[in-house]
Design a protein around this ligand. Structure first.
Ligand SMILES: Nc1ncnc2c1ncn2[C@@H]1O[C@H](COP(=O)(O)OP(=O)(O)OP(=O)(O)O)[C@@H](O)[C@H]1O
Ligand SMILES: [Mg+2]
Length: 254
């Protein structure tokens, strides 16, 4: 699996540019319930940040706030130097939702070409995006002829085709076999190397190993922002799963 070749992100950040994501005192309510509480964080460009935490802790809500599809109660969310949700950001961010939807009656190529048309992508961009997610051999298959994991990868190709500077991926590896998961992580690293920023959520702690930095969430709060190595040394645990649990216990004891 290779990264798309037309690789450099369109608005490649000059040194000293604003961070990829800067959030200050973010509060979000959904269904009358406070689901994000006083979240502040900064994510540098060209890195892979893992957003981890148990089901229902607010990962998707935080991602929606970053891509600008979430109504925010308080606080500020700036992405690539602009206010989240501003029109200019649309083509600079690729978002793959947790339940990816693709057109069942279109082929893989036509699904990706449909998104590509919105962004003026070339045929080469489309073919590169499909190759990047390892679906070259299925390019002519319709959506309803694909497995769950293959559908997820088509969604990822739809996000990649616009050559975005920031990729926000909500649990992109759920339901994939270990080989495919490893392939996708390789692809994510290749994209980060090109200067793109990736924001990947997961509730599987072993995926944390692949990230430069981790955002650990619980019940709508940010517990910690640190690297996998720091998480291990802070807690004295060698397994990241145990380290996360130790961190939660430490918080509870406080
Ligand atoms: N449409 C909605 N209306 C009201 N409340 C919602 C809605 N969507 C999510 N919530 C609530 O917001 C909280 C955070 O949900 P969110 O989807 O952000 O969690 P998550 O960490 O992504 O979970 P998962 O790992 O299961 O995807 C949950 O308590 C959930 O009940
Ligand atoms: Mg979610």
């Amino acid at each position: 699996m290779t990264a798309p070749s037309s690789a450099s992100p369109p608005g490649d950040a000059p040194t000293g540019a604003s961070p990829a994501i800067a959030i200050e005192h973010l509060e979000v309510r959904r269904g009358g319930q406070q689901v994000l509480q006083d979240i502040s964080l900064t994510v540098p460009r060209g890195s892979i940040t893992g957003l981890l935490g148990p089901s229902g802790c607010g990962k998707t809500t935080l991602m929606r706030s970053i891509v600008g599809t979430q109504v925010v109660e308080k606080g500020s969310v700036r992405v690539l130097g602009d206010e989240a949700g501003s029109a200019g950001l649309r083509r600079r961010i690729g978002y793959v939702t947790q339940a990816p939807s693709i057109y069942d009656d279109l082929t893989v190529t036509d699904n990706v070409a449909y998104f590509g048309a919105l962004y003026g992508s070339s045929r080469t961009d489309i073919d590169d995006a499909i190759a990047a997610v390892g679906l070259g051999a299925r390019a002519g298959h319709r959506g309803n002829q694909l497995s769950g994991g293959q559908r997820t990868r088509v969604s990822l190709a739809c996000a990649l085709v616009a050559n975005p500077e920031l990729l926000v991926l909500d649990e992109p590896t759920v339901g994939l076999d270990p080989v495919l998961r490893a392939d996708l992580w390789e692809q994510f690293h290749a994209l980060a190397k090109q200067g793109r920023t990736l924001r990947v959520s997961s509730h599987v702690m072993d995926e944390a190993e692949h990230c430069d930095e981790l955002l650990l969430m619980r019940e709508g709060r940010l517990l910690a922002q640190l690297s996998p190595g720091e998480l291990r040394s802070d807690t004295g645990e060698s397994s990241l799963e145990n380290a996360f649990l130790a961190l939660i216990r430490k918080e509870e004891a406080r």
